[in-house]
Design a protein around this ligand. Structure first.
Ligand code: BTN
Length: 278
């Protein structure tokens, strides 16, 4: 872990700096843009070779950065991480439902190592520090006839943003590694580490199944043991109860006041104040 002066980390991130920190041959092309629409769109549209290696797209700024549920993802230029990983359909087949979990764990683990912060995961995709949002994951999978054709995982991390640069509407709920520590961090260093951590989890799910991922997500979950409200994707329903467990598919088990246990595959979760984390 290292904190740094701003002057050491000015300037755009280069593919060479990212590649120099990679520990395996899992990743192929790494492309850095000054400005993009959404890095997820670029990764989805970019010609993808059949080498089986992953493609990485990074942007200093996004004009159309998006989050889950069509929300806008705002990130000031040149200070944070906006990246997308495109993974070979053959490699991800059978594990696509774990993409968000793998990316959240890879990001949380990389940030814990690089910044020393106690980064937790608000199910299913938010990276949290001190109850505020440090980053988020947007996985997008295109399938045809039940087969994965394209798989992209976008990661946005507020790394070096000063408090004054957050738009008013998220100023109270968002944070950055800089705000939390007073230090600036190398974006290339964090990106390489996220890529290493993601690649190693993807190989481990292929070899040992999802069990270790589920144990890890439980240990880093900010949601378990707390009262939560979840607006369930694909319906207008909101359920409230105790976030009791995460099952072997990565789904959240919520115990309603009636005693019924609801299994939620995807949704927008709010944690109630002051709950206990197990
Ligand atoms: C969320 O918390 O709702 C997910 C945010 C994901 C943002 C990242 S930034 C890089 C990639 N490109 C996008 O347009 N979105 C993701």
């Amino acid at each position: 872990m290292a904190g740094h002066n701003k002057s050491d980390y000015m300037g755009p991130v280069s593919p060479e700096a990212i590649v120099s920190g990679l520990e395996s041959g899992f990743w192929g092309e790494v492309i850095c843009y000054q400005t993009s629409g959404s890095t997820n769109d670029i990764a989805l549209l970019h010609p993808f070779n059949d080498s089986g290696k992953g493609l990485v797209i990074v942007a200093e700024a996004q004009e159309k950065g998006r989050g889950r549920f069509g929300r806008r993802w705002a990130s000031p230029a040149g200070v944070n991480i906006c990246m997308s990983m495109r993974i070979s359909p053959e490699i991800i087949e059978g594990h696509a439902s774990f993409l968000t979990i793998m990316a959240a764990l890879a990001s949380a683990s990389a940030l814990r190592e690089e910044t020393g912060l106690d980064v937790l995961i608000k199910w299913p995709n938010d990276l949290m520090v001190s109850g505020k949002k440090l980053g988020g994951i947007l996985a997008e999978v295109k399938s045809e006839r039940g087969l994965v054709r394209k798989a992209v995982v976008g990661i946005g991390i507020n790394l070096n943003t000063p408090a004054c640069d957050f738009p008013g509407e998220i100023a109270d709920t968002a944070t950055s590694a800089y705000i939390e520590t007073g230090c600036f961090f190398s974006r290339a260093g964090v990106i390489s580490r996220v890529l290493n951590e993601f690649g190693s989890r993807l190989s481990s799910v292929g070899q040992s199944g999802s069990g270790p991922l589920i144990e890890e997500i439980k240990s880093l979950s900010s949601s378990l043991g707390r009262q939560v409200s979840v607006t369930v994707s694909g319906s207008n329903t909101t359920i409230s109860g105790l976030a009791e467990d995460i099952d072997d598919q990565g789904m959240l088990l919520v115990r309603l006041a009636s005693g019924e246990l609801k299994r939620v595959s995807c949704g927008d979760l709010a944690e109630q104040e002051g709950g206990n984390r197990c």
